[in-house]
Design a protein around this ligand. Sequence first.
Ligand code: HAX
Length: 425
Amino acid sequence: MVTLQDKLSSQVSLLREQKAAILKEHGDRVISEVTVAQAYGGMRGVKGLICDTSLVEPDKGLIIRGIPILELTDKFPQEIFYLLCTGELPGERGLTALFNDLSGRSEVPEYVFSVLKAMPQDSHPMVMLNTGILVMERESEFRKMYAKGMNKKDYWKPMLEDALRLLACLPGIAAAVYRIHYNKGALISYDKDLDWGANYAHMLGIDDPDGEFAKLIRLYLVLHSDHEGGNVSAFSCHTVGSALSNAFYAVCAGLNGLAGPLHGLANQECLKFVLSINERYNGTPTKKQLEDFAWETLNSGQVIPGYGHAVLRVTDPRFTAFLDFGKRSFPDDPVFKTAELMYDTIPDVLREHGKAKSPWPNVDAVSGSLLYHFGLKEFSYYTVLFSVSRSMGMLAQLIVNRMLGTALTRPKSVGTKWVEKQAEE
Ligand code: HAX
């Protein structure tokens, strides 16, 4: 049992039996109620989805298959993918097999690059990434096998194949987006001697004499890999995948959600915010100046990017991991210092403001300042990095759902008049 494919084959029957037993024993049990406020409020807190890859505890943050994220920061990103899919970290042989599985599938079809090169210069990098993914849909094994006719129980196998293919190609597509969009010169090929994460750093072409940038990219890919099932990107991906759309369609749908400013785009907004502070004060401001800037932002009806969260009610441990990286590697960098000072300042301001349910930083509050330090200064690109990482979680969730034979998503909607009538009754 070496490869990811073998491991999942050994788990599939058990997973299905477990699901059948739970449904038989507890199928009628009520696990959630929905209030009118929740129906209008983005279904916040409604329990209506099953996701085993990870959990976000309001008071603890991200836990991947039972392991808190801060205990996983020294892992290779592909180890996390294996963990997300199977619930176990791979042994040495499993990791090598996955390394080979990814490098063997890493060649991005040439037409993807042609499409990217033909796109308008002002297309957002997220549009380019998603176009690259979607145009690769013709490679889908699931699509081919489904057209031929396939036993339902085997749907997960071509889904896994598509997931590996897409995952293997994502760093190449994402790096091409970077090099094409920002005129960085010729594209750089996948290096079969490097791991998946280091390859992404390599193909971006950022100068990295001591390998620190590759370390940051690996950490970045680990930290953003998954955030349970109900966030915008995971839920969108799940919904599209539930229609038996293949991984290319489903991940692309999820990433279109990640492109929104309240979700993945927040990291670009956050760095913009930090830079505008440094520009105003000619470097890292004083605490008082930062407070004034924060109030100015809030009083003009804008949010403070990187702070607050839909679920978390403590400092995001992923923020802590990035902050530690910056403190260790370049504590005096002026952009990093401002991000650090924000952590000292913003929670009090938000508490006094009294609106946000959490005044604490999320992962986006500092990640951009680290990338900026290494010369990856094009912040409209940052959500693409996030996307490569989050694709691991979305793909793992798609695979597990195909193994389980999860049903088509179809909640019931109601109209305003129906709600008013209920209230009258
Ligand atoms: N600054 C100012 N106001 C904030 C705020 C912030 N950072 N965070 C929340 N609020 C406000 C909300 O806008 C909302 O105001 P209204 O009642 O006027 O609509 C109120 O506080 C209650 O919001 P909430 O319940 O605390 O937060 P939500 O679950 O609605 O939204 C968000 C969570 C992350 C979107 C929100 O905190 C926010 O806009 N933060 C700034 C943007 C950001 O950092 N996004 C990245 C999130 C991490 C992520 O998903 N990355 O992918």
